[in-house]
Design a protein around this ligand. Structure first.
Ligand SMILES: Nc1ncnc2c1ncn2[C@@H]1O[C@H](COP(=O)(O)OP(=O)(O)O)[C@@H](O)[C@H]1O
Ligand SMILES: [Mg+2]
Length: 368
């Protein structure tokens, strides 16, 4: 099923929770919604499931208007972080539940239900758990059963809201691979919500980064890591420096900061923020620079340094050992910050999209 979401807007009281979300999900795709707590991920899933209604916007699935379709007619499979399996029912009955509660004329025969449940138990590699009660299962096993229960109704769309959020890292990793295998075998269109970037990038075909009720960026790991579209995305992925600079004729500069290796960018003159990873920064001795080494620690192949400028600014640098050789990096040493790779965003709330695309190509090339 292909999902089309356009301009989806939702407020709770005066609080905007979704601010015009546009998203297309292709039939059979597994998309991860990645974002911090409170960014609106669950609200978006609940709207898809028909548990919540938007104030404005479009929600179509295979061309059908789902905002006119009540929840139970959408045939959604939903797995929550804390999925309450029925404690008094064995695994097999939990999985069968969605089929047994169907109206009589849509309900398969009990033999057919039993056969489907057996198939699913085998397919999900949980046949050995069939006769257990939920209290006899580990957290990971419970979530496998919860997925089985969601899949028993042959859902048109699967919605998974941080399904592994309460589990240990090692179990999460296993479940992630298992879920990817299940998805590859069934091809059910799936939206997977997580705030864990590793999980999102390993699992999904495409990652949708959400922040403050809007989509900040959509793409694969390479696009999102190497070309974060907004400072929000860069910050959310973490491990970046934000260095205040001023822009002049497409070039970023600041005292003690040399960004001349960075391609000129289309950014108006004035204050901007340069976002650079610690490993994309080099150092040179420079007595005129305000940046001083505050600390340096060996981390195996590289040196982890923290620089400060005496005015509240700090920069983390990860310098390969061979580049550190011969440099005075003792505490207090003055150094110039050489930026090898970075993104620059003008200091406005939402930077213009072309802010970080290289410009000043020859005009002819730019217009063909
Ligand atoms: N039923 C509700 N009533 C009022 N505010 C809500 C309700 N549900 C969610 N919110 C608020 O909407 C925002 C987004 O919540 P949510 O969609 O749960 O985000 P996420 O799943 O990304 O953590 C939060 O600020 C939350 O407090
Ligand atoms: Mg949530």
């Amino acid at each position: 099923m292909a999902i089309r979401i356009e301009g989806l807007t939702k407020r709770f009281g005066a609080t905007p929770v979704l601010k015009g979300v546009d998203l297309d999900v292709a039939d059979g795709e597994l998309v991860a919604l990645l974002g911090p707590s409170g960014s609106g991920k669950t609200t978006l899933l609940r709207i898809l499931a028909g548990l919540e209604w938007p104030d404005y916007g479009v929600l179509e699935v295979d061309g059908e208007d789902w905002l006119k379709l009540e929840a139970r007619k959408r045939r959604i499979g939903f797995v929550f972080q804390h999925y309450a399996l029925f404690p008094h029912m064995r695994v097999r009955d939990n999985i069968a539940f969605g089929l047994t509660v169907r109206p009589r004329r849509e309900r398969p025969s009990s033999a057919e239900i039993a056969r489907r449940v057996d198939d699913l138990l085998g397919f999900l590699q949980i046949a050995h758990l069939a006769d257990r009660f939920p209290s006899e299962l580990s957290g990971g096993q419970r979530q496998r059963v919860a997925l089985g229960r969601a899949m028993a109704i042959d859902p048109r769309v699967l919605l998974l809201d941080e399904p592994f959020g309460a589990l240990d890292a090692a179990i999460r990793r296993d479940l992630r691979r298992w879920l990817r295998g299940v998805h590859d075998a069934t091809g059910t269109t799936t939206l997977f919500v997580t705030h864990d970037q590793e999980e999102a990038f390993e699992l999904a075909d495409r990652v949708v980064v959400m922040g403050h009720g809007q989509i900040e960026q959509v793409g694969g790991a390479d696009a999102i890591y190497d070309h974060p579209a907004t400072p929000f995305v860069a910050r959310f992925l973490g491990g970046v420096n934000e260095i205040p600079v001023s822009m002049h004729a497409g070039r970023a500069g600041a005292p003690g900061v040399d960004a001349s290796e960075i391609e000129r960018i289309a950014c108006r003159d004035g204050a901007a923020t340069l976002v650079a990873r610690p490993a994309d920064i080099g150092l040179a001795p420079d007595a005129t620079s305000p940046w001083r080494v505050e600390s340096a620690a060996h981390t195996g192949p590289s040196l982890a340094l923290r620089l400060t400028d005496g005015a509240g600014g700090a920069i983390d640098v990860e310098l390969p050992r061979r580049e550190a050789r011969g440099l005075d990096l003792s505490p207090g040493a003055a150094v110039r910050v050489i930026v090898h790779a970075a993104r620059v965003f003008p200091d406005t709330d939402r930077p213009a999209a072309p802010a970080a695309t290289p410009v000043l190509k020859p005009l002819k090339e730019a217009h063909t």
